[in-house]
Ligand binder design. Structure first.
Ligand code: NAP
Length: 243
């Protein structure tokens, strides 16, 4: 494995993922830019390289088994291993998503990307991560998936709008994060989930109030945890988010 720390960020062509790639790249790390669209991926790699970052493109559609397997082979061939995986790619799905009127196909599509996509990519990358001295997995979740907040006193203020595909997909992802943590306890892999806050990106029609760089900061922090850092937790910039 190379001396340089190697990270793969999924959905790194724009939004928060692009800023996570920039933030980790600024540390001198080698960054795999996971993105499904050839043009958008090439543009993102070019922007990062122009900023002095050792970025390389990784064709990756997280909904596709063969794509995830090919991405793992590419990272192995290009970088010789992997230390950090940031599962950032996600979709919001067709809105509105009132539970009583939602198209089941919308729920299925969102879960396929936001949950099964994370499992698929994580499992494809695990053989590489297991060889790292300090492997980290960061799952980009959202506080809208927090069951504690949704069942708390003021969910409309603390848990976002009613959206029966997107919000539960993040609840599911949080539960998946804990399942991985339990199975991999006793290994050196630290696995955490995070919420970037409400960030102005394509995902929400740029209605968010934070910048993508602000949203990326918590993922960068979890990607760079020391070996005795936490695992199996859900964080935002303010600290621990209740599951
Ligand atoms: P975004 O700008 O829409 O970016 C989403 C990224 O995911 C894009 O690069 C997109 O690629 C990629 N993606 C979607 N489906 C994919 C697939 N099948 N395969 C590979 N890549 C795929 O949204 P964002 O706000 O930066 O979201 C990043 C993460 O933060 C997501 O997990 C989101 O749920 C989370 N989050 C965001 C907010 C917020 O306020 N923005 C709040 C809480 C959590 P394409 O360009 O090809 O579509």
């Amino acid at each position: 494995m190379s001396e340089r720390t190697i990270a793969l960020v999924t959905g790194a062509n724009k939004g928060i993922g692009h800023e996570i790639a920039a933030g980790l790249g600024a540390l001198g790390w080698s960054i795999g830019v996971g993105a499904r669209d050839d043009r958008r991926r090439a543009d993102a790699v070019e922007r990062l390289r122009a900023a002095g970052i050792d970025a390389f493109g990784v064709p990756l559609d997280v909904t596709d088994d063969a794509s995830a397997a090919a991405a793992a082979r590419l990272v192995e061939d290009r970088a010789g291993g992997l230390d950090v995986l940031v599962n950032n790619a996600a979709v919001a799905g067709e809105m509105p998503q009132q539970p009583t009127g939602v198209d089941p196909a919308t729920v299925r599509a969102v879960v396929e990307t936001n949950v099964i996509g994370v499992i698929r990519v994580t499992n494809a990358m695990l053989p590489l991560l297991r060889r790292s001295a300090s492997p980290r997995i960061v799952n980009m979740s959202s506080s809208v998936g927090s069951l504690a907040r949704q069942s708390g006193p003021d969910p409309d203020r603390t848990a976002g709008p009613v959206a029966v595909a997107y919000a539960p997909s993040k609840t599911f992802l949080n539960a998946v994060t804990l399942q991985y943590t339990r199975e991999l306890s006793g290994t050196n892999i630290l696995i955490n989930a995070c919420c970037p806050g409400y960030v102005a990106t394509d995902l929400n029609g740029f209605r968010g109030v934070r910048t993508p760089a602000q949203g990326a900061a918590i993922a960068v922090r979890l990607a760079t945890l020391p070996d005795d850092g936490p695992t199996g937790r859900f964080f935002d910039d303010a600290g621990i988010v209740p599951w």
